[in-house]
Design a binder for this molecule. Structure first.
Ligand SMILES: Cc1cc2nc3c(=O)[nH]c(=O)nc-3n(C[C@H](O)[C@H](O)[C@H](O)COP(=O)(O)OP(=O)(O)OC[C@H]3O[C@@H](n4cnc5c(N)ncnc54)[C@H](O)[C@@H]3O)c2cc1C
Length: 350
């Protein structure tokens, strides 16, 4: 038998990246999504796409850490392959993360530091370095004199998710993936995708619809997240900065062309409606407190989306009734995607 014909429901990060790996390996792939390929409302298009195995450990477990560590090996290779074959460069940096707190919030930073040391094994603990004010200013000159010190999380990275998703779209076309846009998948069977009453026959079915898979996976829930995208020529950051606060953690992630993603709220709500005033106030005031020059930043976009989460907050791959599922990527989707997708692609081609 030749390579299988694989049907994937959902062209978010999981579905699109899986389609790419399978098509590169010679599989025939059909991809179905309820939205157009340039729609920006999914979690994958909204994310800050920080690649933070260490920082995320404070809110996740060893399984996510292990997937993240593996993915941090794969991301540079995959970004290089994308650039080589598609001619699409994708902004990817691995310059670490800085974690800071204002003087009144130092106890939040100290607790975060103790938590990381408690969860990390000896060798990995060396990746968390304590910086005094002078060292912080040397690592990130824009922060000189603004904080009493901070933590440097070595090896962490970030990706421009909009560029990754756009590059995948072009590359999938080049590889001959059949993309069914604006096609809501109503039902998935072992060898069929059913859209608008029409049955598409395939050899293997994969469900990667994020929160859109809830009917097939009742434990799945959406966790609302909101971000701002701003443009500011007055501040230059080389790496993401996380700001510790007793009530929330916020971050500023630099992007090309003087842009920054500021995020993210995390609300137990399945409301995917527009960003609220309260969230804008929290995000914008945290941004301004990192550096006053952000006061002149232009707000380019405000976005809200639902992170697909399972109860244990781990991503999962499962096979039920002949249909493969990849879901629960929650707040670590970009961090874990390469390792997860690699695992699933190998299972599908076994
Ligand atoms: C505000 C925010 C910030 C984030 N920041 C980070 C971060 O810094 N680092 C990190 O690692 N992760 C981050 N994440 C998490 C990450 O974005 C997600 O884990 C990941 O994008 C989930 O990808 P997915 O493909 O599983 O789901 P989705 O992105 O939700 O994609 C699902 C796709 O399925 C389609 N679909 C749904 N129902 C149907 C249907 N019935 N038929 C056909 N198609 C359907 C949708 O249109 C969509 O395209 C963040 C998320 C948010 C919301």
């Amino acid at each position: 038998m030749g390579a299988p014909h694989i049907g994937i429901a959902g062209a978010g990060l999981a579905g699109r990246t899986l389609a790419w790996r399978l098509a590169r390996a010679g599989c025939r792939v059909s991809l179905f999504d309820a939205k157009r390929r340039d729609d920006l409302t999914s979690a994958s298009q909204t994310a800050a796409a920080m690649l933070s195995p260490l920082a995320e450990l404070a809110v996740s477990d060893d399984a996510v850490f292990a997937l993240g560590q593996r993915s941090m090996q794969l991301w540079p290779q995959w970004v290089a392959q994308m650039a080589e074959h598609s001619g699409q460069p994708v902004y990817f940096r691995q310059y670490g993360t800085l974690v800071v707190a204002h003087a009144q919030d130092q106890s939040s930073l100290e607790h975060f530091n103790r938590l990381l040391h408690h969860k990390l094994s000896g060798a990995s603990q060396d990746q968390v370095q304590t910086l005094d004010a002078a060292a912080l200013g040397r690592v990130e000159p824009a922060l000189a004199g603004r904080f009493g010190g901070g933590l440097y999380l070595q090896g962490e990275g970030q990706l421009a998710n909009d560029q990754w998703m756009a590059a995948l779209a072009l590359e999938l076309d080049r590889l001959g993936v059949q993309w069914h846009e604006s096609q809501t998948v109503e039902r998935i069977e072992a060898k069929a995708m059913i859209c608008a009453g029409q049955t598409h026959n395939i050899d293997i079915a994969v469900d990667a619809r994020g929160v859109g898979s809830r009917a097939a996976w009742p434990q799945l829930r959406g966790v609302r997240g909101e971000v701002l995208r701003v443009e500011c020529a007055g501040v230059a950051l080389q790496r993401p900065v996380r700001l510790m606060h007793p009530r929330y953690q916020l971050y500023v992630a630099p992007r090309p062309n003087h842009q920054f993603v500021v995020g993210a709220t995390e609300l137990e709500s399945e409301d995917a409606g527009p960003v609220t005033v309260r969230s804008v106030l929290e995000l914008a005031s945290a941004l301004h407190s990192v550096h006053p020059a952000f006061g002149e930043a232009r707000v380019l976009r405000m976005s809200a989306a639902l992170r697909p989460a399972l109860d244990d907050h781990r991503p999962a791959i499962s096979l039920r009734d002949g249909v493969w599922h990849i879901n629960g990527l929650y707040r670590h989707g970009y961090l874990c995607a390469p390792a997860l997708v690699d695992d699933l692609a190998h299972k599908l081609m076994e």
